[in-house]
Design a protein around this ligand. Structure first.
Ligand SMILES: [Fe+2]
Length: 153
Protein backbone atom coordinates (compact mmCIF):
# COMPACT_ATOMS: atom_id res chain seq x y z
CA UNK A 1 0.00 0.00 0.00
CA UNK A 2 1.38 3.39 -0.82
CA UNK A 3 0.49 6.79 0.41
CA UNK A 4 -0.21 9.62 -2.00
CA UNK A 5 2.38 12.33 -2.47
CA UNK A 6 0.91 15.65 -3.50
CA UNK A 7 2.41 16.84 -6.74
CA UNK A 8 1.83 20.13 -8.57
CA UNK A 9 0.48 18.24 -11.58
CA UNK A 10 -2.55 17.42 -9.40
CA UNK A 11 -3.37 21.11 -9.12
CA UNK A 12 -6.49 22.15 -11.06
CA UNK A 13 -5.65 25.84 -10.67
CA UNK A 14 -8.42 26.79 -8.24
CA UNK A 15 -6.95 27.67 -4.84
CA UNK A 16 -9.90 26.54 -2.70
CA UNK A 17 -10.41 23.21 -4.47
CA UNK A 18 -6.68 22.50 -4.60
CA UNK A 19 -6.35 23.13 -0.85
CA UNK A 20 -9.23 20.75 -0.14
CA UNK A 21 -7.72 18.08 -2.39
CA UNK A 22 -4.48 18.36 -0.43
CA UNK A 23 -6.42 17.98 2.83
CA UNK A 24 -8.17 14.90 1.44
CA UNK A 25 -4.81 13.38 0.53
CA UNK A 26 -3.65 13.92 4.14
CA UNK A 27 -6.74 12.26 5.59
CA UNK A 28 -6.43 9.37 3.12
CA UNK A 29 -2.74 8.93 3.96
CA UNK A 30 -3.62 8.85 7.65
CA UNK A 31 -6.09 6.02 6.98
CA UNK A 32 -3.52 4.13 4.90
CA UNK A 33 -0.96 4.48 7.71
CA UNK A 34 -3.45 3.26 10.31
CA UNK A 35 -4.15 0.14 8.27
CA UNK A 36 -0.46 -0.47 7.59
CA UNK A 37 0.30 -0.14 11.29
CA UNK A 38 -2.34 -2.74 12.13
CA UNK A 39 -4.59 -0.32 14.00
CA UNK A 40 -7.63 -1.56 15.88
CA UNK A 41 -10.92 -1.72 14.01
CA UNK A 42 -12.22 1.32 15.92
CA UNK A 43 -9.25 3.44 14.86
CA UNK A 44 -9.61 2.34 11.25
CA UNK A 45 -13.31 3.20 11.33
CA UNK A 46 -12.49 6.59 12.84
CA UNK A 47 -10.05 7.25 9.99
CA UNK A 48 -12.54 6.12 7.38
CA UNK A 49 -15.31 8.16 9.01
CA UNK A 50 -13.15 11.26 8.85
CA UNK A 51 -12.35 10.56 5.22
CA UNK A 52 -16.06 10.20 4.42
CA UNK A 53 -16.86 13.44 6.21
CA UNK A 54 -14.07 15.45 4.56
CA UNK A 55 -14.78 13.97 1.14
CA UNK A 56 -18.48 14.75 1.26
CA UNK A 57 -17.88 18.27 2.56
CA UNK A 58 -15.44 18.83 -0.31
CA UNK A 59 -17.94 17.45 -2.82
CA UNK A 60 -20.61 19.88 -1.56
CA UNK A 61 -18.18 22.76 -2.03
CA UNK A 62 -17.18 21.67 -5.53
CA UNK A 63 -20.84 21.22 -6.44
CA UNK A 64 -21.64 24.70 -5.13
CA UNK A 65 -18.87 26.14 -7.33
CA UNK A 66 -20.23 24.22 -10.34
CA UNK A 67 -23.73 25.49 -9.68
CA UNK A 68 -22.63 29.07 -9.17
CA UNK A 69 -20.55 29.01 -12.32
CA UNK A 70 -23.21 27.21 -14.39
CA UNK A 71 -20.81 24.38 -15.23
CA UNK A 72 -22.40 22.43 -18.09
CA UNK A 73 -21.05 19.04 -16.91
CA UNK A 74 -22.23 19.50 -13.33
CA UNK A 75 -24.83 16.75 -13.38
CA UNK A 76 -22.42 14.07 -14.60
CA UNK A 77 -19.76 15.28 -12.17
CA UNK A 78 -22.25 15.11 -9.27
CA UNK A 79 -23.13 11.54 -10.22
CA UNK A 80 -19.45 10.61 -9.95
CA UNK A 81 -19.33 12.14 -6.47
CA UNK A 82 -22.48 10.30 -5.41
CA UNK A 83 -21.06 7.00 -6.69
CA UNK A 84 -17.93 7.36 -4.56
CA UNK A 85 -19.93 8.37 -1.48
CA UNK A 86 -22.08 5.28 -1.92
CA UNK A 87 -19.01 3.04 -2.31
CA UNK A 88 -17.13 4.31 0.73
CA UNK A 89 -20.25 4.25 2.89
CA UNK A 90 -20.74 0.62 1.82
CA UNK A 91 -17.15 -0.12 2.89
CA UNK A 92 -17.90 1.48 6.25
CA UNK A 93 -21.04 -0.62 6.65
CA UNK A 94 -19.06 -3.77 5.87
CA UNK A 95 -16.48 -2.79 8.49
CA UNK A 96 -19.23 -2.16 11.00
CA UNK A 97 -20.52 -5.64 10.19
CA UNK A 98 -17.15 -7.11 11.15
CA UNK A 99 -15.53 -7.50 7.73
CA UNK A 100 -11.72 -7.21 7.80
CA UNK A 101 -10.29 -4.08 6.20
CA UNK A 102 -7.57 -4.80 3.67
CA UNK A 103 -5.58 -2.47 1.45
CA UNK A 104 -8.18 -2.84 -1.29
CA UNK A 105 -10.33 -0.07 0.17
CA UNK A 106 -7.58 2.54 0.37
CA UNK A 107 -6.19 1.41 -3.00
CA UNK A 108 -9.66 1.90 -4.46
CA UNK A 109 -10.15 5.35 -2.90
CA UNK A 110 -6.63 6.48 -3.79
CA UNK A 111 -6.99 5.39 -7.42
CA UNK A 112 -10.46 6.93 -7.64
CA UNK A 113 -9.29 10.24 -6.16
CA UNK A 114 -6.25 10.59 -8.43
CA UNK A 115 -8.23 9.61 -11.52
CA UNK A 116 -11.08 11.96 -10.59
CA UNK A 117 -8.76 14.93 -9.99
CA UNK A 118 -6.79 14.34 -13.18
CA UNK A 119 -9.82 13.79 -15.38
CA UNK A 120 -13.00 15.39 -14.05
CA UNK A 121 -11.72 18.08 -11.70
CA UNK A 122 -9.10 19.16 -14.22
CA UNK A 123 -11.89 19.73 -16.76
CA UNK A 124 -13.71 21.82 -14.17
CA UNK A 125 -10.50 23.77 -13.51
CA UNK A 126 -10.15 24.47 -17.22
CA UNK A 127 -13.73 25.70 -17.37
CA UNK A 128 -13.25 27.98 -14.36
CA UNK A 129 -10.08 29.35 -15.88
CA UNK A 130 -12.00 30.24 -19.00
CA UNK A 131 -14.57 32.17 -16.98
CA UNK A 132 -13.28 35.25 -15.28
CA UNK A 133 -15.73 34.79 -12.44
CA UNK A 134 -14.06 31.47 -11.62
CA UNK A 135 -11.03 33.41 -10.52
CA UNK A 136 -13.02 35.97 -8.57
CA UNK A 137 -15.16 33.62 -6.49
CA UNK A 138 -13.80 34.95 -3.23
CA UNK A 139 -14.38 38.53 -4.32
CA UNK A 140 -17.94 38.10 -5.58
CA UNK A 141 -20.01 40.97 -4.19
CA UNK A 142 -22.39 39.80 -1.46
CA UNK A 143 -25.89 39.19 -2.71
CA UNK A 144 -24.91 38.84 -6.34
CA UNK A 145 -26.71 35.84 -7.78
CA UNK A 146 -25.93 33.83 -10.90
CA UNK A 147 -28.40 34.39 -13.73
CA UNK A 148 -29.34 30.74 -13.99
CA UNK A 149 -28.80 27.65 -11.96
CA UNK A 150 -27.56 24.20 -12.83
CA UNK A 151 -28.54 22.19 -9.80
CA UNK A 152 -26.99 18.89 -8.79
CA UNK A 153 -29.69 16.22 -8.76
FE1 LIG B 1 -15.01 16.38 -8.25
Amino acid sequence: MTTVHWNPYLSIGHDGIDAEHQDLVKVLNDLITRIEDGAELGEVRDGLGRLIEETERHFRHEEAVMEREAYPEAEHHCHLHQALSTEIRAFDAELAGGKEMGPEITDFIRDWLIHHILKSDMRLGGYLEGRESGWRLRNRPAGRKPRWRNRCP
